[in-house]
Design a protein around this ligand. Structure first.
Ligand code: SAM
Length: 381
């Protein structure tokens, strides 16, 4: 364990021990190996002990990470610009937010939209019962009625789908290259501990990696490790399947395919967060740390186009926020919180912070849209 890691409290250790024992038992009584996406799903989403379900703090300074809407209301104000434009083209405006965390983005967005006399129905689809309860208590006082959905609407959907830092939390397949062969990476028990282990080569994964290599025009080098997340493509396809008119706005840390699978990025993008320490060990305190992988936005764009959506925008979070016009409306003069507000703004837009790592992608169907504020990077996808 890295030396500056704070120790979890007794309750946390107990949760983590139970989850580790459960997975260990499954491995020892099963085939002895589990693919990484299955492990990631279990440690994040086990209904009782998983990170997003077990009641741990997660968000904010006392938690493990901080997201853009938690940092500043500027985020919602900036998103309101394209959203108002989209909702103006709807007879019955609807927003559907996936993975709403503490509910802060919904709260801010509803307030900004209502102030502009835009009153959409607001749906939230949240897999974590614990977070849904937090959202319900926070949003009970909002004037717009918020409704929680159990699943994507099955009838035709007209509206805006919003997902901030949700796609990075989808389970990812990890792989390693050995010459021309691709092997899945997974988990086994080694000397009583959970540890990385290679699985047997299998066709579907090999074909997915070969398709990437063929688009790139080179074979990924020996020993190269990375990730791939077909569930993100499936998410886009399933929304496109019911969206008759509308848009998906997704914001996350991510790259184009060429950047993602650059030969020098040879150990992938897997990142774990525990009390604001970023590291790369997914077996440290299972159930108590967030695990994520960066988003391949080229794969998202491809899935969208295959499902009949247009890629209406792609830029960096920094470019988007700086050019959205919302910063000019911030008042730094007489607020006691001015220093904090300026600090949050820097974190959101500076290239070394969230400004360049985070991208915003707009996918649309049957809409007339102005380009997203900021430089248009669609040519790089
Ligand atoms: C990193 S948090 C981001 C929360 C919030 N969007 C924010 O920006 O603060 C990830 C969120 O996605 C939710 N989530 C993960 N997978 C999901 C899925 N398949 N459908 C809906 N929500 C999901 C988690 O429960 C959590 O609320």
């Amino acid at each position: 364990m890295p030396i500056d890691f704070p120790a979890p409290n007794l309750h946390g250790r107990d949760i983590s021990r139970k989850l580790r024992e459960r997975i260990t038992q499954e491995l020892l009584t099963g085939s002895g190996w589990m693919p990484f996406d299955q492990y990631m799903h279990q440690v994040l989403y086990d209904p009782e002990l998983g990170y997003y379900h077990n009641g741990s703090q997660k968000f904010g300074s006392a938690g493990d990470f901080i997201t853009a809407p938690e940092l500043s209301g500027l985020f919602a104000q900036s998103l309101a610009e394209p959203i108002v434009n989209i909702l103006a083209q709807m007879d019955d405006p609807v927003i559907l937010e996936f993975g709403a965390g503490t509910g802060r983005l919904a709260e801010d967005l509803i307030s900004v939209l209502n102030a502009r006399s835009v009153n959409p129905r607001y749906y939230i689809l949240e897999t974590s019962a614990e977070l849904r309860a937090r959202q319900q208590s926070r949003l009970s006082a909002t004037s717009t009625q918020v409704e929680w959905l159990e699943q994507l609407p099955t009838e035709s959907f007209h509206g805006v789908v919003l997902a901030n830092e949700v796609l990075d939390a989808f389970p990812a397949i990890c792989f390693i290259k050995h010459g021309h062969e691709t092997r899945p990476l997974g988990v086994q028990v080694e000397k009583g501990e959970l540890a990385w282990a290679e699985g047997n080569a299998e066709n579907t994964l090999s074909e997915m990696v070969e398709a990437i290599e063929s688009r790139l025009g080179y074979v990924l080098p020996d020993g190269y490790r990375s990730e791939i997340s077909p569930t993100r493509n499936a998410w886009i396809t399933s929304i496109a399947g019911v969206m008759k008119k509308g848009a998906i706005l997704t914001i996350d840390y991510g790259l184009t395919e060429r950047e993602y699978y650059h030969e020098q990025r040879n150990s992938g993008t897997l990142a774990c967060y525990f009390r604001h320490r970023m590291h790369h060990d997914p077996f440290l305190w299972p159930g108590l740390q967030d695990i994520s992988t960066w988003v391949d936005f080229s794969a998202c764009a491809r899935a969208a186009k295959e499902a009949g959506l247009s890629v209406a925008g792609y830029t960096t979070q920094g470019q988007f926020l700086v050019n959205s016009g919302a910063i000019g409306k911030l008042d730094f003069t007489d607020s006691a919180d001015a220093i904090q507000a300026a600090q949050s703004l820097k974190t959101l837009v500076l290239p070394g912070e969230m400004g360049e790592r985070f991208k915003i992608m707009l996918l649309s169907r049957n809409l007339y849209l102005a380009p997203l504020p900021g430089r248009d990077f669609r040519g790089r996808i």
